[in-house]
Design a protein around this ligand. Structure first.
Ligand SMILES: O=C(O)C(=O)C[C@]1(C(=O)O)C=C[C@@H](O)C=C1
Length: 430
């Protein structure tokens, strides 16, 4: 995985839309070229031991010319597609995307006609149109676990750091990135609620999941000893995953939350803080010139974070490997609605792997007139359910048809291959 770092990660203000040149635009998508206003990209070799200042900077005009190249590639791809009879005939589109390799045999000018390559699972998740490595947005700075998750999900990707989850969503929506990889739950710390809320607010689709064993280290500046420390800083999830171990180590110092684990290490290095330690990865120690005071400080060796892979288009669900489907629904008044919804899955032997409820932001409470005695308030929720079945299976479709009868709102967030990586206890991310 190639990693892109910026002097600061992508943020909301730095993303500006630029109108596409006349004629630029594909049959199925509105193509928008986006130039970040404050994105000074630096390329880092993931295997290098470079620390601060070791990167090569790229100025804004270079980024803009890169965008121009990208735009011209899109135009030439479109022309190729048109030449090969693609576009309106429907033959050339899978899931709304031109499939450049699918030339109908009878229309090919060369003989013998090249045999069409069978579609594989990766073809079903639309590839980027620009021909360069997949650009994958994640929240945090280089060395964050989310960067490692992006590399696991898309091994040869260009990882793009974003300062907030919201920015990662927008980076994909605005075509700055092709995918986003974002955490949704951790085996010790629980759900990352913010991303559940954002999944609902944005229109991206879940196209996959990765489970990353998370191995935390306690990092400090070189020469700093444990007894110098007056505080430990990290991402709130990392702090909660190491809570008991820190106490057992006798580190009863202030614990402060920051935006991401690697950002904590970066902050200590930038400000030369000799009384502060960070909980972060071994890779963050290497990137920011920190020493590892303690290794493997998560409260349980089976510490795993589950990330979802997001794209602008859904993938086509299949039945030849285990799939999971994620939905979100809200229900109107009625008795036992949640029970009825869940039994739609139980009757069809569909296992649920996760259920989460979040406040219904548009209608957080329902007032109930309690027989003129007073007004009772019911809290209203959005329910998120993950179940083990592919949307291509009849039993899943039937279950959803039944769920629809009981709900006032139902959305499929995605139907995607399950991460079946065999279990290994967490090891260092370096
Ligand atoms: O701060 C990081 O390094 C992240 O990638 C974020 C995050 C999270 O949000 O849960 C990811 C994995 C770990 O669980 C700890 C933190």
């Amino acid at each position: 995985m190639k990693s892109i770092t910026s002097s600061s990660p992508l943020d909301l203000k730095s993303m500006t839309r630029i109108a596409p040149p006349p004629g630029l635009g594909l049959t199925h998508h509105r193509v928008v070229v986006v130039v970040p206003r404050r994105l000074f990209i630096q390329c880092v070799n993931a295997n290098s031991n470079s620390t601060y200042g070791g990167h090569v900077g790229r100025a804004r005009h270079e980024w803009q010319s890169a965008c121009a190249i990208l735009a011209s590639k899109v135009v030439s791809q479109q022309q190729d597609t048109e030449k090969s009879g693609g576009g309106a005939d429907g033959l050339s589109a899978v899931n709304g995307h031109p499939t450049l390799g699918l030339v109908p045999v009878k229309e090919s000018s060369s003989y013998p006609a090249p045999l069409p390559k069978p579609l594989s699972i990766t073809d079903l998740s639309p590839a980027p149109m620009h021909g360069s490595p997949l650009r994958v947005a994640y929240q945090g700075v280089p060395g964050a676990y989310s960067e490692a998750a992006a590399g696991k999900a898309y091994p040869n990707c260009e990882a793009i750091p974003c300062d907030q989850f919201e920015v990662a969503f927008q980076a994909v929506e605005l075509w700055i990135a092709d995918r986003a990889v974002l955490p949704v739950e951790n085996s010790l710390g629980g759900s990352i609620h913010r991303n559940y809320d954002l999944l609902l607010r944005h229109r991206l689709h879940i196209v996959g999941e990765v489970q990353l064993p998370v191995h935390h280290c306690l990092l400090a500046l070189p020469g700093v000893r444990k007894d110098y420390l007056t505080r430990v800083i990290s991402h709130p999830q990392a702090l909660s995953q190491c809570e008991h171990t820190l106490t057992k180590m006798g580190l009863n110092v202030a614990r402060e939350a920051v935006d991401d684990t690697a950002g904590a290490a970066e902050y200590i290095a930038m400000n030369n803080l000799r009384d502060t330690a960070a909980i972060a990865s071994a890779r963050a120690a290497e990137l920011y010139g920190m020493q590892i005071l303690a290794d493997g400080i998560q409260d349980d060796s089976g510490n795993v974070t589950r990330f979802v892979m997001l794209a602008r288009e859904p993938i086509i669900p299949r039945t030849d490997r285990p799939f999971k489907t994620s939905i979100v629904f809200a229900h109107d008044k009625g008795t036992s609605v949640l029970f009825k919804v869940l039994s739609a899955f139980a009757f069809r032997n569909i296992s649920l792997t996760k259920i989460e409820s979040r406040p219904h932001r548009n209608r957080p409470i329902r007032l109930v007139d309690d027989a003129n005695v007073g007004t009772a308030k019911h809290f209203e929720y959005m329910f998120y359910v993950d179940f083990e079945a592919s949307l291509a299976e009849a039993r899943a479709q039937n279950a959803l048809a039944e769920v629809q009868e009981f709900t006032s709102f139902l959305r499929v967030l995605g139907s995607y291959p399950m991460d079946m990586t065999p279990w290994t206890p967490s090891s260092r991310h370096d």
